[in-house]
Design a protein around this ligand. Sequence first.
Ligand SMILES: Cc1cc2nc3c(=O)[nH]c(=O)nc-3n(C[C@H](O)[C@H](O)[C@H](O)COP(=O)(O)OP(=O)(O)OC[C@H]3O[C@@H](n4cnc5c(N)ncnc54)[C@H](O)[C@@H]3O)c2cc1C
Length: 440
Amino acid sequence: MRSVKIFPSETGVSCWLETSSYKNHQFNMADEIEDKYDYVVVGAGYGGFNAAYRLSEIDPGCSVAVFEAIRIGANDSGKNAGFLIDVPHAFGSGDFSHEEKVWGVKMYTAALDKMRKLIADKGLKVDWDECGKYLASYKRSTFKHLDDDAKELDTMGIPYKFYEGKELSDKLGTSYYKKAIFNPGTVLVNPADVLRGLFTIQPPNVKVFEKTPVVTIEDGANPTVILLNGKKISTKAVFVTAGPFLQEFGLCKGNTFCPIISFGAMTRVLTEEELETFKGVVPWGVTAGHTAGTTVRFTRDNRLFVRNGLKYGTFYSCSPERIRFSQRLLRKAFNNRFPAHQHVNFEYVYAGMIHLTMNSRSLFGRQGNVYFSGVGEGAGVCKSFTMGGFLAEWANGIESDILDFLKNDTKPSWMPPEPFTTVGAEIRLVYETLTAGGEI
Ligand SMILES: Cc1cc2nc3c(=O)[nH]c(=O)nc-3n(C[C@H](O)[C@H](O)[C@H](O)COP(=O)(O)OP(=O)(O)OC[C@H]3O[C@@H](n4cnc5c(N)ncnc54)[C@H](O)[C@@H]3O)c2cc1C
């Protein structure tokens, strides 16, 4: 397996990590790292959390080390928009077969149930809100996506409700949107808060190391994991849940992931006076009926969050200049929706990296004693959580219908080599942005 050349980095200041009550939790210290563990997990996102947790559930006596290159919650699992969905993203689209959607609902509901139970049983005080989500349209031309979603939800007997006009603006505190479909099963969270909170409840046999990048994995009967600080660790099996950085370890052929950078901004807490326009409004989240559209949230602590802008992340990173530039589009979207609050500053702005594949399919595989998973689509928290857990089951010989599905589902499709990928992706992203119009 080859050595990693590009490591994750922190891009901008994430509102979610900064406002998490677990921000300063101290995980294990570097001088506690031992030479040998039964299992090693590389990458502490939602996938890495559940891989480690499930390993310790299966064998409470095993030793597990989790290595995260940066701070837990400073990468995508902590930087997303916080929609923990029970039904797959773009549910009504033809991107996935009906059978795949049925499996999706089964997996995501189970992931939500497990997170919900862990949080309740362990008494975690995390930002977790069972308030559902809206898929909302500004342009009439995107109503079709709402109707397509409704058709698919009907076939599975999943509840939803349409909102329009005043009823919708009363729910959201903005009259920007014309129509929305409300899906009650989605949970809205501070993703960094929930992730870091969950990592604090790993059992004592699971050691968690932040800011500890892994540089190489040497496969074999007893694989060796080499850290960037030179330390070598021997283990029985390695679980790589490193998002698009999977490619860096040489775990997939050539380019598999298209890393798409998108930007998030959050305001300061609104004042009593500013909250007048949100009287009677409970926290909400809106996704758009267009790929390049803006995601918006009104949070539990009375802040407004917007996410938009798309850029291809050839080197899995984003410059501070590009993050500053992203505020133009973020501000435009914000001002359009909240004209009375144009004076409210963004307190935090950041870039995150959505790791798509060409056909939105996940990577879920094994090379010898190295197991790996990467999401491949836009809304991946519940999927990565699920896949992490099933990697642990696979390594322990636990068979199930979901594991079979994950192993046999369609794999990511071929991507052209560089520089064609970057050029092609940039053209497509500009096209998407230009056609999104008022959905941005
Ligand atoms: C702006 C944005 C908004 C999104 N909104 C949503 C949403 O609302 N809902 C949703 O479900 N999904 C959303 N997503 C997608 C979601 O965040 C991801 O699908 C999910 O986080 C994937 O989890 P993961 O654990 O597989 O990977 P990641 O979260 O990428 O975790 C991988 C971890 O591996 C670490 N790592 C990488 N290389 C190394 C190395 N060499 N050594 C050690 N550690 C390493 C990384 O630092 C990272 O922490 C969004 C993504 C973005 C960027």
